[in-house]
Design a protein around this ligand. Sequence first.
Ligand code: 13P
Ligand code: SF4
Length: 352
Amino acid sequence: MNVAVQNFKGAEPLPYTPEIARATRDLYTKVAHVIPEIEWPVFAPYVDAINKLKKQRNAVILGHNYMTPEIFNCVSDFTGDSLQLAREAARTDAQVIVQAGVHFMAETSKILSPSKTVLIPDVKAGCSLAASITGADVRLLRQKYPGLPVVTYVNTSADVKAESDVCCTSSNAVAVVEEIAREFGVDTVIMVPDKYLAQNVAKQTKIKVITYDGACEVHERFTPQDIRDFRAANPGVVVLTHPECPPDVVAEADFSGSTSAMIGYVGNHHPQKVVLVTECSMSDNVAVEFPDVEFVRPCNLCPYMKRITLPKILHSLQTMTTEVLVDPAIATRAKAAVDRMLAVKIPVQKAA
Ligand code: 13P
Ligand code: SF4
């Protein structure tokens, strides 16, 4: 039984009628490769109800690449990595944004679209990186390193973003670091909170990077030995890692990039066999798009991303909860850091 079905425990089962079977047939055809037929009657009534209700509410669902396949493929209006979802949040015309992702992503959407109603289907969908640092920690770093710009990963609270000069995601971090160093006329930046992302960025630029002691609890668990074991067990496998992995893990990979950069790599290179060293749902979602590629599936689950389920998305739209609010004074300062990031152009060879 897959993770999404297990997460339905306790949720009200909705009837699977012949009308729903007909209405969702095309969607099932799309995901048949990764969702067993026996599980579809559990998902389909929710998919149908969510897709009807989101139209009535003038809502869009922004689905991160780590969502389970029935959320990613069957109810999300836009999918992508953190940077792509932030861009969508900034330009959507919909009045309501349902964030099928974690809390910091919903806050970023609210910061970028303050007049919209932003909903998170489970407020406990946090992030170990966001929990590792506060605004006060950033102020202390500024005292310790006066004059140096602070580059903050988007995986942080609005409070932390508000204390920062610029934000970054894993798809633009090198370009952001180089641009902010140029603007400040310095050769060193402070980068918080992910020490591994910061160390991986430092290897790709001449700018010196002062790091902080945060880590993603999903990616820090991978080891270089894991990569060697995947290769030994699967001769010829292509290994793609996320830059939240420790540098000695990234060093063993064929390519490292954001979740969307990994998808781009699979699309451009069509490897016969690939392992995505990241969160578990990624392989299912990429396999829907590239059914001919074989995915080796060792992975780690993000317990926060997996809190988002179809029943919770439906409940969120029915009750218009839980609304994510950001203090306007904090939001204004956080928006300046996010907007500065969105203005940075990513050189073509460094994009996905
Ligand atoms: P990206 O999708 O931006 O690569 O981020 C990965 C992640 O861990 C988000 O929480
Ligand atoms: Fe946070 Fe890591 Fe989960 Fe992303 S995968 S939400 S960085 S804990």
